[in-house]
Each structure stands twice: as structure tokens, then as C-alpha cells.
Design a protein around this ligand. Structure first.
Ligand code: CMC
Length: 372
């Protein structure tokens, strides 16, 4: 047995494919290369693809976009929750608490027809950005900005967060980032969602499991940690010394390494690097310059390559997104993949219940309390 279930095939899926071919990482959603989707598609189109298994026709995409836009507003109970949570609550804790609360408001929580599963998935995809933006405005003492039907998924989120319509570049950047985060086979949070689904727990319970799992710094929490590192390094000149010290102390450098893309670059990181560079030309160049210096040093000292979380940090910083919302942006993208996996699990289910190899003491004699 390998620690961390490395290399273990735990289920079959038709949702995404990761393969390492000739030293390159291939990532496909439902058979479509991530590079094509990132360049040519939109987050809504990718969410449709993940949920329904096929690219939408023009009218299907139009209907899907309208359907998502109309589901963006939150029930008053959720807005009440967001105003009552202490303002120091981490936005990921807010997201998972709100997801659970949405479940309690859903009278069909236990209905698992295909139609109802898709209904719940679309609701969660549509509402995640609103929960995140509303909570951020409430905790900073500002009025919430209701969603608008006029803007696409990514642009509407940036609008609800700042109150200003984003530039075309900013909209496209977030849209592409969400596409790149939408799905990634059996990563830890998706696995958590599938385990919950395999017990036939409701969709909200599965997504709470996934959001809780995403939060850790070895998974989705890495981008927030990368930003902390960029701030600490503060100048490209200090990157080498920082990396060297970390490696000498045997510490991890956040945003590097990957369980599946071992020794090869994460294809999402390549695309995000280009995006980060483009945004830095219009925003704060420093974040990209420091990132590049860290990437060079990490490769030189330990042959480490960046993963999806590394360049996401400078992309988000240049989009004006606060550091502690970075994991939430990951969740905003991944919710499409999570819900697609929950539905796939429901539709071909067998309880996921592996075994553990026991390595503790055996055959001990029970002593009564008075003798211990
Ligand atoms: N910094 C320094 N050394 C590293 C790093 C890193 N970020 N990642 C891997 N290594 C080293 C590790 O120390 C080990 O070296 P050695 O063989 O000398 O002991 C070797 O690479 C193999 O590492 P591992 O522990 O077997 O790798 P893993 O597959 O268990 O862990 C990982 C994968 C992503 C948790 C790990 O690379 C890591 O901790 N990275 C930093 C956190 C991070 O960026 N997470 C985001 C992952 S991608 C997006 C997502 O899924 O959320």
C-alpha cells in the first residue's frame, strides 16, 4: 500500500482525464483539451459540459446562462446568516455553512432524480459567487450589490464584489481561471464529495464535505499561502534566498509539486502563467516578477514545478481579490466538477468503504479501572 493512496484507482469516471504523455500533462474535460476550453470557451459552457456530458448547442448555452443568472440571488435567510456570522469568519467557513443552510431550505433535499440533482447543481453553481461577494461586502461594512442579469458568471462576480463592471481583460481572466479550476478528476475534495455521495447523503452534504476538504493548505488553501509568500519575499531579488532557506529547512514551498504531475508541469499552471503575465502588464507587475523569480529558484534548488495554485495568486491579486477569498474562487470554479461527480456517483453507486491495515496493539487484556 502507498501512503496517501498514491496511484490507486478508486472509481471510474467519464468527467475528466489526466494523462502523462511524453513528459507532458494532458487534462481533458469530457474529452475536450483544457487548453482549447480555456482559450475558446466560457465558464458557463464548461459547467454545462461537465454536468450534461456534451458541449451545448447555441440555444442550449443561451438558456443555461439565463437559468444560472436567474438563480443567483440568495434567499433572505442566507443573507441573514451572512450578517450574523462574526466578520472574522474565514470566507470558506462561510461558504460551507451557507451550503448547509441552503440544504435546510430545500424541501426536496432528499429527492435524487436526475432532474432534481441537476437543479441542485445549477443552484449551487449560481449562488456560490453571490454568497462569497455578499459576505465580503457585509464583513467590510458595505451594502451588498445584487447580481445583475446583464453580466456573465465571472463578470457578475467581480461586479458584486467591487460595485464596478470589470474590464474585458479582467472578466476574461477570471472566466479562464474558473474554467481551469472547474474539474480535476479525483482530487481530495472531489473524492470527499464522492464518498459522501456513495452513502446516498444529499447533494448539500456532499458539497459541504468537498468545501471542508478543499480548504487545507495542501489543496485549495495553497493559493492563499502563495500570496503570503509573495508578500513576504516582496522583491524578486529576495526570492532565491527565501527558497534556499525553505528547502534547507525541509519546508514546503506553496504552489509547487503535485501528486499526479510528478516531474512535469501542471498544464493549468502553464496557462495561468500566461494569464498572470498579461494581467501584470496592466496591473501590479511585481507579483508576477516575484513569482517568476521564486519559480526559477524552486526549480534550481529542488527541480520543483508550479501547480495550478502558484500563478493563481498573482492573477487574483491583480484582479483586486482579497487574499482570504482565494480558496473561495477555487471553490467557485470547482463546484461544477464537484456536482458533476456527485451526480455520476449517484447514478452508478456502490458504497465507498475501503479497508485499513491495522498496525496497533493486539490482544491486550482489559484491566478494571481500580487496577490501572
Ligand atoms: N515544496 C518543497 N518540496 C516539495 C514540495 C513543495 N511544495 N512538493 C513536493 N516536494 C518534495 C517533497 O519534499 C518530496 O521530496 P523528497 O523526496 O526529497 O522527500 C518530493 O517532493 C515528493 O513529495 P511528496 O510529499 O511525495 O508529494 P505528495 O504527492 O505527497 O504531495 C502536494 C503533493 C501537492 C501535497 C505537495 O507537492 C505539496 O505539499 N505542495 C505544496 C502545497 C500545494 O501547492 N498544494 C496545491 C496542490 S495543486 C492544487 C490542488 O489540488 O489543490
Amino acid at each position: 500500500m502507498k501512503d496517501g493512496l498514491e496511484g490507486v484507482i478508486a472509481c471510474e469516471t467519464k468527467i475528466s482525464r489526466i494523462e502523462l504523455v511524453d513528459g507532458k500533462g494532458i487534462l481533458e474535460y469530457r474529452g475536450y483539451d483544457i487548453r482549447d476550453l480555456a482559450r475558446k470557451s466560457s465558464y458557463e459552457e464548461v459547467a454545462y459540459l461537465l454536468l450534461y456530458g456534451e458541449l451545448p448547442k447555441r440555444y442550449e448555452l443561451q438558456d443555461f446562462k439565463i437559468e444560472l443568472a436567474e438563480r443567483r440571488e440568495l434567499p433572505p435567510q442566507i443573507i441573514g446568516l451572512l450578517t450574523h456570522l462574526p466578520p472574522y469568519t474565514h470566507p470558506m467557513v462561510v461558504l460551507r455553512t451557507s451550503t448547509s443552510y441552503l440544504g435546510s431550505l430545500d424541501k426536496k433535499i432528499d429527492v435524487k432524480t436526475r432532474e432534481e440533482n441537476l437543479n441542485k447543481a445549477k443552484n449551487l453553481i449560481a449562488k456560490f459567487p453571490t454568497i462569497i461577494a455578499y459576505y465580503h461586502r457585509i464583513r467590510t461594512g458595505k451594502n451588498v450589490i445584487p447580481p445583475t442579469l446583464e453580466l456573465g458568471h465571472a463578470a457578475n462576480f467581480l461586479y458584486m464584489l467591487s460595485g464596478e463592471e470589470p474590464s474585458r481583460t479582467a472578466e476574461r481572466a477570471l472566466d479562464m481561471d474558473l474554467i481551469l479550476h472547474a474539474e480535476h478528476e479525483l482530487n481530495a475534495s472531489t473524492f470527499a464529495a464522492r464518498i459522501a455521495a456513495s452513502t446516498l447523503a444529499d447533494m448539500y452534504a456532499c458539497i459541504v464535505a468537498a468545501t471542508g476538504t478543499l480548504m487545507g493548505p495542501l489543496h485549495g488553501g495553497a493559493a492563499q499561502e502563495v500570496m503570503k509568500m509573495l508578500r513576504e519575499v516582496a522583491s524578486p531579488r529576495r526570492a532565491e534566498e527565501y527558497v534556499k532557506k525553505k528547502i534547507e529547512k525541509g519546508e514546503r514551498i506553496m504552489g509547487f509539486g503535485h501528486r499526479v504531475y510528478r516531474g512535469i508541469i501542471d498544464p493549468r499552471a502553464e496557462l495561468l502563467k500566461r494569464l498572470a503575465k498579461k494581467l501584470s502588464m496592466e496591473g501590479v507587475p511585481r507579483w508576477f516578477e516575484i513569482s517568476e523569480a521564486i519559480a526559477k529558484a524552486a526549480y534550481r534548488y529542488k527541480r520543483l514545478l508550479p501547480n495550478v495554485d502558484f500563478y493563481s495568486a498573482s492573477v487574483y491579486a491583480n484582479l483586486g481579490i482579497p487574499d482570504d477569498l482565494f480558496i473561495n474562487i477555487f471553490a467557485m470554479g470547482r463546484i461544477a466538477g464537484w456536482t458533476a461527480h456527485v451526480i455520476e456517483q449517484y447514478e452508478n453507486n456502490r458504497l465507498i468503504r475501503p479497508r485499513a491495515k491495522y498496525v496497533g496493539d493486539k490482544d491486550k487484556k482489559y484491566k478494571p479501572l481500580t487496577e490501572r
